[in-house]
Each structure stands twice: as structure tokens, then as C-alpha cells.
Design a protein around this ligand. Structure first.
Ligand code: ADP
Ligand code: MG
Length: 257
């Protein structure tokens, strides 16, 4: 059975997509069969996996509207070693079209059930909002991974997300839990970041992952080559951190079962 995770944070530019594609590539490296679902109309996870979003014949849009299955719409990230259910601007329209449809928040969950046996991990890259698209992700998932920068307002922004997750847990998906908070773009030379990191650990305890993803320019360069950083420069500090994180995820799940 696949373990399904949303990579979510309603803020933009916090490292969701970077976490999704590099965790996927890291999991693939250690032999885990992985599917990335790009739920953001920006299509950055699609492009960053080496798949041209403009050339997609079928995408997550068609899957949400139930005119295609995941088996039909998925593509292979050859370099990444994982599968991708891609997205592009068309997905922005799905938000409006879904509102009028039945089971509008359960569409992705239903579609994923059909490929459940084919994967160990499904990683859902969420858009920077708590929208119907994100809700489809949260209703499908066993857990949420929250990437965050250790900045002054980080904790404040977190409470909206935590409340949404609590509501989805109570009303729509009792399986949903926060798997962990991942500190990303971390620079240990910045005192404030160290302080916020300590606050996070004090508030959330072992929900804070041990792995810390450093700020690393190779991770930022990789998407322009259509590659996850883990593949683009496997020896960079950022890549090594994401492989370590993949191992931590596998270990954490073994403890959850
Ligand atoms: P989101 O998906 O939350 O909007 P992204 O993953 O796209 O965020 O990251 C935002 C920007 O920060 C991108 O340009 C990305 O390349 C860069 N970035 C993300 N993580 C790192 C990191 N650890 N080090 C350096 N740059 C990073
Ligand atoms: Mg993104």
C-alpha cells in the first residue's frame, strides 16, 4: 500500500516544490517506487522533473475531472527515477469547475486508489493556498510534510495550516496527521534562524524532522536543467541533505506502522 503525503504550506516560495522533487528523487535512489502529483497550476514540480508542462496531453486536471485515469496521464521522470502526474495552467480552471461537481474534494483520492499497489510513496505538491485543490490533496493523504523557513513569522503562518489540517482530520479524513516540519533554506550563521529553530522544537517536539535542508545554490539551479538537485549535483550539501531526509522519512514510517 502506498503512503501518501502532501507537501503543504499556504505560503508561496517556502520550498514545497523543491522538497517534493528532491524527496522523490531521494526516495527513488533508495529503491522506493514513487509518484509525484503536481497540484499547483504553476507546474513547477512537473518542469523540475524534466517534463514540459506545455506539452502534456493529459494532466492532473483530466484526472480531477475524471476524464482520464492516473495510469493514462502519468509520465516518467527518467532522470529522477519516479513518475509524475503533471500539471499546467489548465489546472487553475479545475478549481471553478470542481465546485459544482459531486465528491469534489474526493476526486484525487479515488484516482489514487487505482494505482495504490504500484507505489511505496505518493508525494503531492500543493499550491500556496488552502483551496479546493489543496483540499483534494489533504483528503487523499495519510500525512502532511510542512517545509518551513526559520523566519520571524513562520510560527504565525503555521497556525492556519494546523487548523485546516485539524478540520480535515475531524470532518473529511480521519487518517490525516502532520508527519513533520522540515526546516529548509537553513543558514546556521543567522542567529534568528537558530532561535526560530529552537522555538519550533520547543513547540512541536519530535514532529520536527532531524534533517535540516541548508540553503544551497545547487538546489536553486537544478530546476532550470529540468532536474531535481539530488540528480543535478548529488554531492552538493543540499542533495545530501535530501537523501538523508528520504532515509528519515522511510525510518519514521516504519515506526508509524
Ligand atoms: P514553493 O514551492 O513553496 O513555492 P520552491 O520550492 O519553488 O517553493 O522554492 C522557492 C525558491 O527558493 C525557488 O527558486 C527555489 O529554487 C529556491 N529554493 C528552495 N529551497 C532552496 C534551498 N534549500 N536553497 C536554496 N534555494 C532554495
Ligand atoms: Mg511550488
Amino acid at each position: 500500500m502506498a503512503k501518501i503525503f502532501c507537501i503543504a504550506n499556504q505560503k508561496g516560495g517556502v520550498g514545497k516544490t523543491t522538497t517534493t522533487v528532491n524527496l522523490a528523487a531521494g526516495l527513488a535512489l533508495i529503491g522506493q517506487r514513487t509518484l509525484v502529483v503536481d497540484l499547483d497550476p504553476q507546474g513547477n514540480a512537473t518542469m523540475g522533473s524534466g517534463i514540459d508542462k506545455r506539452a502534456l496531453e493529459l494532466s492532473v486536471y483530466d484526472v480531477l475531472l475524471e476524464s482520464a485515469s492516473i495510469a493514462e496521464a502519468r509520465r516518467r521522470s527518467e532522470k529522477g527515477g519516479y513518475d509524475v502526474l503533471g500539471s499546467n495552467r489548465e489546472l487553475a480552471g479545475a478549481e471553478v469547475e470542481l465546485v459544482a461537481l459531486e465528491r469534489r474534494d474526493q476526486r484525487l483520492k479515488t484516482a489514487l486508489a487505482a494505482v495504490d499497489g504500484e507505489y511505496d510513496f505518493v508525494l503531492i505538491d500543493c499550491p500556496p493556498s488552502l483551496s479546493l485543490l489543496t483540499l483534494n490533496g489533504l483528503c487523499s493523504a495519510h500525512g502532511v510534510v510542512v517545509p518551513m523557513q526559520c523566519e520571524y513569522f513562520a510560527l504565525e503562518g503555521l497556525s492556519d495550516l494546523v487548523n485546516t489540517i485539524k478540520q480535515v482530520h475531524a470532518n473529511l479524513n480521519p487518517a490525516l496527521q502532520i508527519i513533520g516540519l522540515l526546516r529548509v533554506m537553513f543558514d546556521p550563521r543567522i542567529t534568528l534562524q537558530q532561535q526560530v529553530s529552537e522555538q519550533l522544537k520547543a513547540h512541536f517536539g519530535d514532529k520536527v524532522f532531524d534533517t535540516v535542508i541548508p540553503r544551497n545554490v545547487r538546489l536553486a539551479e537544478a530546476p532550470s536543467y529540468g532536474l531535481p538537485g539530488v540528480v543535478f549535483d548529488g554531492q552538493s550539501k543540499g542533495a545530501l541533505a535530501f537523501v538523508q531526509f528520504a532515509n528519515e522519512m522511510v525510518k519514521r514510517l516504519a515506526g508509524m506502522r
